[in-house]
Write a protein that binds this ligand. Structure first.
Ligand code: MN
Length: 727
């Protein structure tokens, strides 16, 4: 029976600074709450958590992991509550115990749909905190070691689940010894006949085999040493389940499984690995197609080695694996080898970073793995077409529907992050907000307190949370903007007639006006004016009527209450731009910047003259009142001709201007103005004013000019800038 001291001794060997008190405290608590409980074996229940904790110490678990191992069944099997665990042992331990308890409730026994769902949860749990899965693996390993005490039916179910889920998971984590032991234990219950036959065969020929192994090791080591390679050579039979797999796959008997042995050569450097393979191949004939370079192309779980199969000294096939000491450690311990402790304190950041890199790689590599023998390696995330798994920069996983964009992610992190998202980086690179996220992406959201959701987002967000939040905001904002605009329109029209908007400040007047239009809120009335649904003239007339004021007929309008000339609800199709929140209002283009169809544009809500459209980087906009800026997008399908200034710098060469002009007209672009300057350095600077229909066309013509021989630089000028140069 494992004793607490065994666990502590092992834990201290891993890390001198490990929190022994935490482990002791967990032991005392576990012993207390599990007292009087027995396992089916008749042993005290405490044996189980002790063994689990011991396995975790072997896996180089930290203090919290080992403590959680001791406590892992307390919440499920005793009266202990999670909050009790948290109060006594802290958040970290409680989180681990909670994770294991939840994981235990997932049943992997049902195949198909339910199983995929469970796997999905498992992958998620694994991604959130790998330690939870380590504890679960340790728990399963001990339960498998003591499976004999369960009734036969349970044995089969648990053994099958172990083979389907836990052994592949251990493999995925690269913990070879746990994988091998789980597989052999599972085989013992699933196919006892084959298992005991194998055990007998291996046992019967043990002497013979050991002699053979020793011989191969010696020949190999001598040859490598002779060639100046420091090395260690080991050989051992593969574990039962892998021999069993080979026998069933090839439908052969034990005697015909030649590569039942694996030989390992451990050398100091990577260079030595390749040299050793070369020497081996010179000595023994390699079997073509069996050389595998997992050093250049590591397996998803981080495994690295060179593999080859050769015809050995007795002309039988032997598999040889060559690796460095460090690779060997990873091959044996997998993820546990990454648990790096520094003298003094565990280096958590480094640990997390490694764990995280591994995980990303794992998730990414689900797609590439082809080994049909491995369940989890077969598991493509494509099996879950509805989800992508992405990460915060801190490594937290977020599950989003496929096609989700950074905005969905931002809302998944926090509503406030979503509401103020201005940009996103994926794996450190800037991406557009409609970028479809991919599995394993690390998403970093940039926020600004001034930024707000835009209506456009609704066209690409996928999660209901993002959708509803954006919609609510857009609706509110739309109403506010329309109201503001409507109010200005009304004020301006009233002023023209010699009235002040303050006429509408009396609540009695407001109520009468509103009720006459059957509108409940003043802002709604203003919004209706902005949209052109309520005539501004009619509103003024109503106010005049209530206040018993006379309206002088204006020159350009009859008294018919026609729509104000200021607002021209444009009902014709293909209005060139769509302004966020204010449909059907007159838009005009800023004469300052002259945006081309396709340029990023922004609207400016003028006082009483609708909305002016500017290029987003127009200098006029830079100084404008931000509260008057409004999102605008191109919406027209047809062309809209705009003039653009372009500067072409070229060599001062005869005929070059003609060549450039020809290029421009070949692109079917009209030159409305051209000016040429020459510098003393024999450089010609040409300014063209081009009439273009879209940014696409502009970019094409600029590219065509760039291709003209002798052209040094081509750039589009902002109008203000061009004028400054022309002076
Ligand atoms: Mn347990």
């Amino acid at each position: 029976m494992v004793r607490l001291d065994d666990i502590i001794e092992l834990a201290k060997a891993n890390s001198k600074s490990i929190d022994v008190d935490l482990i002791r405290k967990a032991y005392v608590f576990s012993a207390k709450v599990h007292r009087n409980q027995l396992r089916l074996s008749g042993e005290p229940y405490l044996v189980h958590p002790l063994d689990v904790a011991y396995i975790l110490a072997h896996l180089r678990g930290d203090a919290a992991t080992i403590a959680a191992g001791l406590l892992h069944d307390t919440v499920e099997d005793t009266l202990t509550t999670l909050s009790e665990v948290e109060t006594i042992f802290g958040e970290d331990v409680a989180h681990l115990v909670d994770g294991v308890t939840k994981l235990s409730k997932i049943s992997f026994s049902s195949k198909q749909q339910g199983q995929l769902e469970s796997l999905r949860k498992l992958v998620l749990a694994m991604a959130k905190d790998i330690r939870v899965v380590l504890i679960k693996l340790a728990d399963r390993l001990h339960n498998m070691r003591t499976l004999g005490f369960l009734p036969g039916e349970r044995q089969l179910a648990i053994a099958q689940e172990t083979l389907d889920i836990y052994a592949p998971l251990a493999n995925r984590l690269g913990i070879y010894w746990v994988k091998a032991e789980l597989e052999d234990l599972a085989l013992r219950y699933l196919d006892p006949e084959a298992y005991y036959e194998l055990a007998m065969q291996v046992g019967k020929k043990r002497g013979e085999r050991e002699e053979y192994i020793a011989k191969v090791c010696k020949v190999l080591k001598d040859e490598l040493t002779k060639n100046g390679i420091l090395c260690e050579v080991m050989g051992r039979p593969k574990h039962f389940y892998s021999i069993y797999n080979k026998m069933t796959a090839r439908n052969v008997g034990f005697d015909q499984v030649y590569d039942a042995f694996a030989f390992r050569v451990i050398v100091p450097t990577i260079k030595d690995c390749y040299a050793a393979i070369g020497i081996t191949h010179a000595m023994w004939k390699p079997i073509p197609g069996r050389f595998k370079d997992y050093i250049a192309f590591p397996k998803a779980n981080g495994y690295q080695s060179l593999h080859t199969t050769v015809f050995g000294p007795e002309k039988d096939r032997i598999e040889i694996q060559v690796r460095t000491e460090q690779m060997h450690q990873v091959a044996e311990e997998g993820i546990a080898a990454h648990w790096q402790y520094k003298e003094g304190q565990p280096e958590l950041a480094e640990e997390e970073r490694r764990q995280f890199t591994w995980l990303r790689q794992t998730l990414e590599n689900y797609q590439d793995l082809k080994d049909p023998a491995d369940f989890l390696e077969n598991l493509k995330l494509d099996l879950f077409p509805e989800e992508v798994y992405v990460f915060t920069p801190k490594g937290d996983i977020k599950e989003l529907p496929k096609g989700a964009c950074p905005i969905d992610f931002a809302f998944a992190v926090h509503t406030e992050v979503g509401m103020h998202c201005i940009g996103a980086k994926v794996d450190g690179r800037l991406v557009p907000l409609d970028y479809p996220l991919k599995n394993g992406d690390v998403v970093d959201i940039m926020t600004s307190t001034h930024a707000h959701p835009s209506r456009d987002w609704l066209t690409y967000v996928k999660t209901s949370k993002a959708k509803s939040k954006v919609k609510a905001f857009v609706n509110l904002q739309q109403l506010a903007r329309q109201a503001g605009l409507g109010r200005e329109i009304l004020e301006k029209e009233m002023r023209k007639l010699g009235f002040a908007l303050s006429l509408l400040s009396n609540s009695d007047v407001i109520e009468q006006v509103l009720s006459s239009f059957r509108i409940k809120e003043l802002d709604t009335l203003f919004a209706q004016i902005a949209q052109g649904n309520v005539s501004v003239r009619a509103v003024i007339e109503k106010i005049a009527e209530i206040k018993k004021l006379e309206i002088a007929p204006s020159k350009e309008e009859g008294v018919q209450g026609r729509q104000s000339p200021v607002v021209k609800p444009s009902l014709r199709q293909g209005s060139p731009v769509r302004v966020d929140g204010i449909d059907n209002v007159l838009v005009r283009f800023g004469s300052c910047c002259g945006p081309v169809v396709g340029d990023t544009i922004v609207g400016f809500v003028t006082r009483g003259r609708g909305v002016t459209i500017h290029a987003h980087d127009c200098s006029r906009i830079a100084g404008a009142d931000p509260s008057r800026l409004i999102q605008a997008n191109w919406s027209l399908a047809g062309p809209l001709r705009t003039s653009v200034e372009v500067r072409v710098t070229s060599k001062d060469k005869q005929g070059l201007l003609a060549e450039i002009s020809k290029t421009i007209s070949l692109a079917k672009v009209n030159i409305s103005k051209a000016q040429v300057y020459t510098t003393p350095q024999k450089v010609a600077v040409q300014h063209f004013t081009l009439d273009v229909e879209s940014l696409d066309q502009l970019n094409r013509v600029l590219e065509a000019i760039r291709q003209v021989k002798g052209v040094i630089e081509v750039e589009r000028l902002k109008r203000g800038y061009a004028q400054a140069l022309n002076r």
